[in-house]
Design a protein. Structure first.
Length: 508
């Protein structure tokens, strides 16, 4: 074996707990809720098709996407012929169901024939999972076992009123608060303390839509932006005080045709609804003597959006534009003018992300497509046809070099990671696991994910004497566990040792 890295550990050293990992996808549309991933993925799919890590074909139905955190993938599903909605945790590496906790007792009557189920996406924040159900109950769950930590019946406590097709919005975590639109009389917008569900503030009468709010810094001011039935409303996160408003173009079905999240690009916000006379609009936010003002830059009918939120890159919006249809197109639009630069039909009501320099599209048919985001014209880089059956009415997730995609009936995990087998390793203590025992993690020095195919060749050896050669180091028998691109292991008994040294070793 060849030594890759040496790490020293002194007994009694203060250890830190593990927070959210950089490769997690902890909320709807990614770490910053902007549909952007900084990961590097492999693009030579035609020469080497992405490996299917796992596939689940027994989902009961739903429009929920995935969140991925600390080795678990979370989504919502319906069970027992649609009478129960559950939050499900899957093992991110195997697809095995770890737990399922009921969050709705509902029949999902507002659906389209047999296409039905829960609509929102769970949010993971540290050691909590937050779920806003289709019937307006908010749950805080333990990610390890699904136990309910606290819950709120928003209908009973706030007079919450549902809308057509049942709520599809996901909760937003910003700082210590959970933000949502509960559609209560005279107090639609709501913020709760994430630890115990206590009310932080409530207010305004701007009605609910299916849109999930976003947090952003505009003109130097941190704010939470809601897309309500009367338009965009930005508030101070801590108090709910309104910073600015934009009255969206009149739409007779504003509640149900508004489902995209606001897209923030610098000091400009894009919003759009679907159906009838709806259109997309660009809004500039300016600072006038400490007061934020919203002014419409342009409004374009061809840029309707239903539930597929566009992404912004280098002056252009890329997204699936149009009202619900299986053939609506992928378009590129100039952010400055709203001019459509190109349009490609056949994608339908799926979802888009930016992954590194590429546009990742999940089509309604289950196709996964990589596109070069350039205004010069549509240029397809790679395509995986129909990786899952059913209707893909949501956006995929990307975590640790893997794509997690969901339809109404199936889910799949695809490995598109770029292998870096020569990357040096670092081993470090992360937390105390009990009297005398310590847990460690191993990571690539550059922060990239450790490829699963490499794990079998990696080992950890320990010694009380740093000066010993290889023969004086004993291997640890405890297994290595791969989670989100990091390896974890535990040395169960160090209580009798004043000092102990560890290093990683790796075979061919």
């Amino acid at each position: 074996m060849t030594m890759k890295m040496l790490a020293r550990f002194v007994s009694g050293l203060s250890l830190v707990s593990v927070g959210a990992l950089a490769l997690d996808w902890p909320q709807y549309r990614g770490p910053n809720h902007d549909g952007v991933s900084s990961e590097t993925i492999r693009t030579n799919w035609s020469a080497e098709a992405p490996r299917q890590v796992w596939k689940v074909t027994t989902l009961g139905g739903g429009f929920s996407s995935f969140t991925v955190s600390q080795g678990r993938a979370f989504t919502l599903d319906q069970r027992d012929n649609g009478t129960r909605g559950v939050c499900v945790a899957l093992d991110a590496n195997t697809g095995e169901e770890l737990w399922a906790t009921q969050v709705d007792n509902a029949d999902y009557q507002d659906g389209t024939g047999s296409i039905n189920g829960p609509r929102s996406t769970p949010v993971v924040d540290g050691d909590r999972v937050y779920v806003l159900s289709a019937y307006l109950s908010l749950f805080c769950l333990n990610p390890t076992n699904g136990a309910v930590i606290w819950s709120k019946d928003l209908v009973a406590e706030y007079g919450a009123r549902n809308i057509g097709w049942d709520s599809a919005a996901s909760p937003l975590i910003e700082g210590d608060l959970v933000f949502l639109n509960c559609n209560g009389p005279g107090h639609c917008l709501l913020a709760l303390h994430k630890n115990d569900g206590r009310e932080a503030w409530k207010g305004t009468d701007y009605g609910m839509t299916h849109s999930t709010p976003v947090a952003a810094t505009i003109q130097g001011t941190r704010q939470v932006i809601f897309y309500t039935s009367s338009g965009l409303v930005s508030v101070v996160p801590e108090s709910g005080s309104v910073l600015w408003r934009y009255a969206a173009p009149n739409c007779p079905y504003a509640e149900t045709s508004t489902a995209m999240s606001p897209v923030v690009a610098g000091d400009v916000v894009f919003c759009a609804a679907a159906y009838s006379a709806a259109s997309g609009a660009s809004v500039a936010i300016t600072n006038n003597g400490g007061h934020l003002l919203a002014a419409e830059l342009w409004k374009k009918g061809p840029l309707q959006c239903h539930w597929a939120t566009p992404v912004y890159r280098d002056g252009y919006y890329y997204g699936i534009y149009g009202s619900y249809s299986s053939t609506i197109p992928l378009k590129c639009a100039d952010a400055a003018t709203g001019t459509v630069m190109w349009s490609r039909t056949g994608f339908g009501s799926g979802g888009v992300l930016l992954v590194g320099p590429y546009l990742l599209v999940l089509a309604v048919s289950g196709d996964v497509v990589l596109v070069d985001p350039t205004p010069a014209g549509y240029r397809e880089i790679a395509r995986l046809p129909r990786v899952i059956n059913g209707h893909c009415w949501n956006v995929p997730a990307v975590s640790n070099g893997r794509i997690y995609a969901r339809s109404t009936t199936e889910a799949v995990c695809l490995d598109v990671s770029v292998s870096t087998p020569s990357q040096p390793l670092t081993i470090e203590p992360v937390l105390s696991s009990g009297p005398g025992g310590f847990q460690f993690r191993i990571r690539n020095e550059d922060g990239s994910a450790i490829d699963a195919s490499r794990v079998a060749s990696i080992g950890v050896v320990a010694s009380t004497n740093l000066g010993l050669f290889d023969g004086g180091w004993a291997g640890l028998a405890t297994p290595l566990v791969l989670s989100n691109g990091l390896l974890y292991l535990e040395d169960p008994d160090t209580s009798s040792l004043p000092r102990r040294f560890y290093r990683t070793v790796e075979g061919p």
